[in-house]
Ligand binder design. Structure first.
Ligand code: 5RP
Length: 218
């Protein structure tokens, strides 16, 4: 299913433009598909070091975001999505760079298998990227004002040199409010809720083929 959605995403690639590329096993399938049409694009912006390395191993150019005028489309996976295409991302720990590339891109196409679509998000622990010296403060603030159980991701450092707290046990009824509240805690770099900038289109892999979900059609 991940391979099928990755293939389906190719039709959203805008020729002669810069493509934003996500991180994770579904994004990896997309990178391998993108390699087959690499001469049709102007280059890519990668959302992680590991994605940059995979793109380069296929001979696909990776450009620094600061040297790019426009990203036509960002293609990436997700850990959870609701029907409005609010997402939880960051299972792979690349949430901050993913959020930056998604913010710049004109369009965000999310690719996922059907297990990722849920009615209320929160079953997947919500990742929060935190400046190392603030971990204990941020944990206390989350317990006090957000709820859930923030647990440090052991042995993991982000590409930005920070740590991840995964918040377990949330039921996310209002994703935008929670995204903003968490980002207001001093020491939080960002969190894995993509609600203020969710996906524009979700390509969902099902046993019966790829479904296209867009909030415009709800
Ligand atoms: C990485 C991510 C990924 O998109 C998310 O974890 C989904 O991964 P996969 O495609 O392997 O299921 O946000 O930080």
């Amino acid at each position: 299913m991940k391979l099928e959605v990755a293939r389906a995403a190719i039709k959203y690639v805008v020729p002669n433009s810069i493509i934003g590329v996500g991180t994770g096993s579904t994004a990896n399938f997309f990178i391998d598909e993108l390699a087959t049409i690499k001469d049709a694009i102007s280059g890519t912006v990668a959302s992680s070091v590991v994605t940059a390395e995979r793109l380069q191993s296929h001979g696909i150019e990776v450009i620094d975001l600061n040297n790019v005028k426009e990203i036509s489309v960002y293609i990436d996976g997700a850990d959870e999505s609701d029907k409005e295409l609010n997402l939880i991302k960051g299972g792979g720990g690349a949430l901050t760079r993913e959020k930056i590339v998604a913010a710049v891109a004109k369009r965000f196409v999310c690719i996922a298998d059907e297990s990722k679509l849920v009615s209320v998000m929160g079953n997947f622990p919500l990742p929060v990227e935190v400046i190392p010296m603030s971990v204990s403060y941020v944990k206390k603030q989350i317990s006090k004002s957000i709820g859930g159980s923030p647990i440090i991701r052991e042995g993991f450092t982000t590409d930005n040199g920070n740590l991840i707290l995964d918040i377990h046990g949330l039921k996310i009824e209002n994703p935008k409010t929670l995204e903003n509240k968490l980002n207001n805690i001093v020491g939080v770099v960002t969190n894995g809720l993509f609600a203020n900038r969710g996906a524009d289109i979700l390509l969902l892999g099902t046993p019966n083929g790829v479904e296209t979900i867009s909030p415009d059609f709800l």
